[in-house]
Design a protein around this ligand. Structure first.
Ligand SMILES: [Zn+2]
Length: 61
C-alpha cells in the first residue's frame, strides 16, 4: 500500500471509514482510503457530455 499523494511506503492503518480501511501517511500526513475514487467512470461521463454539446449547436443552425 503506497501513499497516493507522495508514493511513500510509510503508511499506517487509521481505522475504518464507511466500511473501508483508512490509511494515514507518515510521510506527508494525509489520510486516504484503500480504494481511491475511480476517475475513469466520471471522465467517461464528461466525454459523453462534451460530445453531445457540439451536436446541439449544429441542430440550432
Ligand atoms: Zn504521503
Amino acid at each position: 500500500m503506497d501513499c497516493p499523494y507522495c508514493q511513500s511506503h510509510k503508511v499506517v492503518k487509521n481505522g475504518h471509514r464507511q466500511g473501508k480501511q483508512s490509511y494515514l501517511c507518515r510521510e506527508c500526513g494525509r489520510q486516504f482510503r484503500e480504494n481511491p475514487c475511480p476517475g475513469g467512470y466520471s471522465s467517461d461521463a464528461e466525454r459523453v457530455t462534451t460530445e453531445v454539446k457540439p451536436r446541439q449547436g449544429n441542430c440550432l443552425r
